[in-house]
Write a protein that binds this ligand. Structure first.
Ligand SMILES: NC(=O)c1ccc[n+]([C@@H]2O[C@H](COP(=O)([O-])OP(=O)(O)OC[C@H]3O[C@@H](n4cnc5c(N)ncnc54)[C@H](OP(=O)(O)O)[C@@H]3O)[C@@H](O)[C@H]2O)c1
Length: 286
């Protein structure tokens, strides 16, 4: 497989199920919503692939399937470079519903396989059914690995007792400098078991206003404060992140995070300005 992330020397994360992915990828929430932005979105994703951000995250939910279609356009001629992640909506996550949702996603994505298929969040269907469907999809080769999203420690612990639960490869959760609750228990839990934490909204859905600390570290490394915020989420092993950028300018900016190694001084300054909560807090969600 020709993956530009390897050529660019971008660190990789490995799950307990053997999936490997670059630590910096591309989000796609809201892509495909406005047809006038489509060309820019496809160009942004393709530039991201060129720059080694070869993990693309989408979902059947995003823009009612249009995001998956944008991703399909971006992958034309380069499917083998991409570690492709998409998600089933909880309301579809019965056994049969998951199988059907996967087929619809494959059709929109114009591919024969999904590298990582996630349950978007916990819903009314028993998780046993969803995992059974994931197992069946993996056997048929339609998905390579599966996982969950928006699961806290108690949910993850419960999963380990369900058939197939120990094959969960990744948990996608919200994480950015101003939302650090997962560092207390969830990240250590996942790291110790080889469940890759996929950090979403590393720029707080675009609401991140760079603090003086982010700006200071950015000047030191000659990158943007946004790149610092993204690099900070992947400063330790076991975490990958998927910022969304709809323009080539933002993608270029964010790509710098892939190889930016924060020093202990940088991390200490950022810690002081953006502290971890001093007690357990409920999982933050978008
Ligand atoms: N599993 C879940 O429940 C869940 C929930 C939320 C998100 N996600 C996934 O995670 C991805 C990322 O999260 P997100 O989309 O919520 O938010 P995000 O990545 O934190 O922020 C995206 C916003 O930041 C802006 N931006 C990107 N790069 C920038 C830069 N260098 N300078 C200034 N602004 C910049 C983008 O603007 P432009 O678009 O104009 O470039 C966009 O408005 C999503 O796209 C999705 O794939 C998953």
């Amino acid at each position: 497989m020709s993956d530009p992330s390897r050529a660019k020397g971008i660190r990789r994360a490995r799950t307990r199920t053997g999936a490997e992915m670059p630590v910096l990828g591309l989000g796609t929430w809201k892509m495909g919503e406005d047809p006038r932005r489509r060309r820019d979105e496809v160009a942004a994703l393709r530039l991201g692939l060129d720059l080694g951000m070869t993990l693309i995250d989408t979902a059947e939910l995003y823009s009612k399937g249009e995001s998956e279609k944008v991703v399909a356009e971006a992958m034309v001629g380069r499917r083998d470079e991409v570690f492709l992640v998409t998600k089933v909506m909880p309301e579809n996550a019965s056994f049969e519903g998951t199988l059907r949702a996967c087929d619809r996603s494959l059709a929109r994505l114009k591919t024969d396989r999904i590298d990582l298929y996630l349950l978007h969040w916990k819903g009314r269907h028993p998780i046993e059914e969803t995992l059974r469907a994931f197992g069946s999809l993996r056997e048929s080769g339609k998905i390579r690995h599966f996982g969950v999203s928006n699961f806290d420690v108690a949910d993850m612990t419960a999963l380990e007792r369900v058939p197939g639960g120990r094959d969960v490869a990744s948990n996608q959760v919200l994480y950015h400098v101003d939302s650090r609750g997962i560092e207390r228990r969830l990240v250590p839990w996942c790291r110790s078991r080889g469940v890759v934490v996929m950090a979403y909204s590393p720029l707080a859905e675009g609401k991140l206003r760079p603090s003086a600390a982010l700006k200071k570290v950015a000047v030191r490394h000659d990158v943007s404060p946004y790149a610092v915020a993204i690099a900070w989420t992947i400063r330790e092993d076991g975490i990958v992140t998927i910022p969304k950028a709809g323009s080539v300018e933002h993608v270029r900016d964010n790509a710098a995070a892939a190889t930016l190694r924060l020093t202990p001084t940088d991390v200490a300054e950022l810690d002081a300005a953006h502290p971890t909560p001093d007690q357990d807090v409920p999982l933050d969600t978008a």
